[in-house]
Design a protein around this ligand. Structure first.
Ligand code: NAD
Ligand code: WQD
Length: 383
């Protein structure tokens, strides 16, 4: 059983107007949670806030108890600005913050760019996170859900089989502190091919150290596999600034005629059709995983410490299957061209999602077809 969060408490969502952040905010609001978003719009648009407000208005029509949605345009690395925002949520009665948990999405995520501009990535994804956790600590806000990635498995994915959390490219050290409690820290890493991946690995290691140093912290590093799709309303979507790098946004651009063809990176992988296999997870399922992690983290029965949890389906689809499914659902042709393998890619990457089911009571519900259908609805709505 999960303790309900009372009405006057908030979840702070940093990076909440981005692709996964906006979907998570919407699932939190549907679950009746008040949300405070901080986003600097570096990879999102203010318009997403209006869409979230519309969804809330529609969903809660005729209800008196409508959850609150607050927004601040700010860079989460700017400490004075963040401090001023957090101070607004201090309770006058308990002197504690009414922000009881935080979800951190605010990071840069373009693998290729991270190779050319590593400092940009280490600054935002790692240095930013360190300072932010330090600030949260001063407000005694110590429940954090962090966006990690299947990228931390690095080349372990090439060994085959579904990836389990304890298999990670971290070497895990267990030790016993003075009180006799077992602590876990992470040391060493192997097979990470790019700076972006290393920012996620480093962030996990830092958060594990933080949780080991102070038992009040409850930290959930959710390792996303390949998020795709969008909310079934067709109101929220994936709308990055600049040129996309991930498969699905490129498939969509080709389908819509904004790009001439999809280069399929590798047709010689050891898979049934030769194209690479990924564990594609519908973003609304992924978003519900965050709601479950917040519920677990704010429950009085929750375990303190640092927890890594895969969010994937446990099933793989090939690049060719993604293209075929999108063509079948949309009725449109997606032109493809066979290209060589992309540097740093692995052939197969599939989650073992059983820990999420056990710890969070979370299981994904949606299929690849659902993702394609929801994307088509979003495109129709925004044509
Ligand atoms: P996104 O770029 O759509 O969202 C990130 C949001 O954070 C954007 O709205 C951006 O404007 C904001 N942001 C970035 N830096 C900020 C800063 N300094 N201050 C305030 N706001 C800032 O990305 P997404 O796909 O929603 O990914 C969210 C998180 O999940 C990221 O940490 C990413 O690394 C991680 N992740 C994404 C994927 C994926 O395939 N999309 C997979 C695994 C992990
Ligand atoms: C999927 C498959 C490509 C584009 C990346 C990050 C990972 C995580 C999710 C954030 C691969 C193939 C792609 C194209 C193609 N992000 N592809 N043509 O590489 O599994 O993971 O995003 O944490 O860290 O590395 O996702 O969507 O880029 O690629 O053939 O134009 O599609 O080669 O096999 P990936 P992806």
């Amino acid at each position: 059983a999960i303790d309900p969060i009372s009405e006057d408490q908030y979840v702070l969502v940093v990076g909440g107007l981005g692709y996964i952040g906006s979907h998570t905010t919407w699932e939190l609001l549907k679950a009746g949670q008040n949300v405070v978003i901080v986003d600097n719009l570096s990879n999102s648009y203010r318009d997403v806030l209006q869409r979230l407000q519309l969804l809330v208005k529609d969903h809660y029509k005729g209800h008196s108890n409508v959850p609150q949605l607050d927004f601040y345009e700010a860079d989460y690395r700017k400490r004075p600005a963040m401090k001023a925002i957090l101070e607004r949520y201090d309770s006058l009665y308990t002197l504690k913050s009414t922000i009881t948990s935080v979800i951190h999405f605010a990071a840069y995520k373009a693998v290729e760019e991270s190779i050319h501009r590593p400092l940009k990535y280490y600054s935002n994804n790692v240095a930013g996170l360190i300072d932010f956790c330090d600030l949260l600590d001063t407000f005694s806000i110590k429940t954090l859900v962090f966006s990690s990635s299947a990228t931390v498995y690095g080349e372990l994915a090439n060994k085959g089989g579904r990836l389990r959390e304890e298999l990670t490219s971290h070497t895990t050290t267990h030790w016993t502190d003075k009180s006799g409690s077992t602590r876990t820290t992470l040391s060493g890493c192997t097979g990470l091919t790019n700076p972006y991946g290393r920012t996620k690995w480093m962030s996990e290691a830092i958060l594990a150290d933080l949780a080991a140093s102070d038992r009040e912290w409850k930290i959930y590093a959710l390792r996303y596999f390949n998020p795709i799709g969008c909310d079934s309303s067709g109101v929220l979507g994936e709308d990055p600034r600049g040129t996309p790098n991930n498969l699905m946004p490129i498939v969509v651009r080709v389908m819509e005629g904004q790009m001439s063809e999809l280069s399929v990176f590798g047709s010689d992988w050891d898979t049934s059709d030769g194209t690479a296999i990924r564990d594609f997870i519908h973003v609304s399922d992924l978003a519900r995983g965050h709601v479950a992690a917040i519920a677990a983290g704010t429950s009085t029965k929750s375990l303190p410490g640092f927890h890594t949890i895969n969010l994937g389906t446990g099933n793989g689809s090939s690049v060719k299957e993604v293209v075929d499914t999108m063509q079948a659902v949309s009725g449109k042709t997606i032109k493809t061209k066979a290209s060589g393998r992309r540097e740093g890619d692995v052939g197969v990457c599939i989650a073992d999602p059983s820990k999420a089911a056990k710890m969070l009571g979370w299981t994904p519900q949606k299929t690849l077809e659902d993702s394609c259908r929801d994307i088509c609805r979003y495109l129709d709505t925004h044509a």
